[in-house]
Design a protein. Structure first.
Length: 94
């Protein structure tokens, strides 16, 4: 599984994740469902939902590598530094 490290918040590959704070109109129109937190993310990954991409901290990716390899298209697993991730989600990560 190829893990893509994002170093710039303007990277187009994570544009859907940047709209977390916006209205849900974009996500509804594009049929995008975003989830956060380990428990909810794992429920979705273990479901029949087609996964387009995952943007997660490296610990989560390595802990669930087998599941991600089975469910996420190649080249669609993204990670970033904790600082960059926090600037995107708008709160402190634990």
């Amino acid at each position: 599984m190829k893990i893509i490290h994002i170093n710039d918040i303007t990277d187009e590959r994570i544009s859907n994740y940047l709209s977390l704070k916006e209205s849900q109109t974009h996500h509804t129109q594009e049929q995008i469902f975003l989830c956060d937190g380990d428990k909810v993310t794992l429920v979705v990954l273990e479901s029949q939902v087609q996964i387009q991409s995952v943007f997660a901290i490296e610990d989560f990716i390595y802990q669930h590598k087998t599941l991600l390899e089975a469910k996420v298209p190649e080249g669609q697993v993204f990670t970033a530094s904790k600082k960059l991730m926090e600037s995107i989600v708008g709160f402190r990560l634990h």
